[in-house]
Design a protein around this ligand. Structure first.
Ligand code: XMP
Length: 329
């Protein structure tokens, strides 16, 4: 695609000019299409002066950390550091039930770890020729993120805090670089394909920064994380196996706060309710529930109850957005 190639070349030139000959850039990657495309673009523009950082926040999906590492390092050749923050994040989330508090804790902990990494990279740079100070922070912010965060800030309250929008805290003395700020999701996907990123990754559903922490209603404990992960893995695997993954925009499993009763053999058991959510949307500002084949839904339900210890029931959320939101918290 000639238009895309031309756009990529212009963007690379613009980034080189902006960053200069020696400054270094750090950027968070999550394995999602936005941060991966932004990272690949940066790598093309400034090579190893770009440092991708993957923070394991303890609330990623099953095997996700390993998969992201493999894709970015081995397939895309990006200079990547994995920071294991799982214990730190889960420790700080202990006892916290309120959704916005969870988001704030996760956002602040991300920043703490990035700050540490920026310092470490800067120290290393002292001994590396042509590597100057870390001056920039890369974010894969898209145009709808920008609009949605503005429209969310009503006169009375912020409905949700998107931790990846709204600038950086003053403590992080870095300038923000957002090469995708004027793009829509479908454009980023085309952009990603043109940059040679694998189709599976390019077509991945979006995944929120606070991860499954906002899909575990109430307190996030290691036990509940394991349950949510296992149920989500079955749901997404079945969706992929039946060939409908690309027909929906986002899908996941949430876990209830309270427990419901079920029967196993002759015994009464109490387990959480796994709430399936799958939506179709063009812009993520409004969304409709995905119309599953009922047989598939029943199969998924049976598998989750049978295979995931700690789940007693499965429900399917058919709320549109509005009035619902895509995430559960
Ligand atoms: P909602 O739930 O607001 O979600 O309808 C719209 C889109 O935004 C994602 N989302 C988030 N992404 N941090 C993020 O990085 C967040 O706190 C957050 N909350 C929602 C959600 O997954 C969906 O794609």
């Amino acid at each position: 695609n000639w238009v895309m190639k031309d756009f990529i070349q212009k963007e690379i030139v613009r980034i080189r000019h902006l960053v200069g000959e020696t400054a270094q850039v750090i950027g968070a990657v999550s394995g999602g299409v936005d941060s991966t495309v932004a990272a690949k673009l940066m790598k093309e523009a400034i090579g190893d002066r770009f440092h991708a950082i993957l923070v394991n926040n303890g609330v990623m999906r099953l095997n996700e950390c390993e998969q992201v590492k493999e894709t970015l390092e081995e397939h895309l050749g990006i200079n990547l550091t994995v920071v294991d923050g799982a214990e730190l994040f889960l420790g700080r989330l202990k006892g916290v039930k309120e959704p916005e508090k969870k988001r704030k804790i996760i956002g602040a902990t991300f920043i703490d770890l990035f700050q540490q990494e920026a310092l470490r990279i800067e120290k290393e740079a002292e001994n590396t020729p042509n590597a100057g100070p870390v001056e920039w922070f890369l974010q894969g912010t898209l145009y709808p993120d920008v609009i949605e965060s503005v429209s969310y800030k009503g006169p009375s309250a912020t409905i949700k805090t998107h931790h990846n929008v709204g600038g950086l805290p003053d403590t992080l003395k870095l300038k923000l670089i957002e090469p995708l700020r004027e793009m829509f999701k479908d454009e980023v996907r085309k952009f990603g394909e043109e940059l040679g990123i694998h189709r599976d990754l390019v077509m991945r559903h979006p995944f929120p920064g606070p991860g499954i922490a906002i899909r575990i209603l109430g307190e996030v404990t290691p036990e509940r994380v394991a349950i949510a992960r296992a149920a989500d893995h079955i749901f997404i695997s079945e969706i992929k196996a039946s060939g409908v993954y690309d027909e929906m925009s986002q899908a996941y499993v949430a876990i209830s706060q309270d427990r419901a009763v079920g029967v196993q053999g002759d015994a009464r058991v109490y387990g959480y309710i796994a709430i399936l959510r799958a939506v179709k949307t063009l812009d993520f500002m409004s969304a409709e529930p995905f119309e599953f084949d009922f047989g598939l839904l029943k199969r998924i339900s049976t598998r989750i109850v049978n295979e995931v210890d700690g789940v007693a029931r499965v429900t399917y959320d058919i709320t549109s957005k509005p009035p619902g939101t895509i995430e559960m918290e």
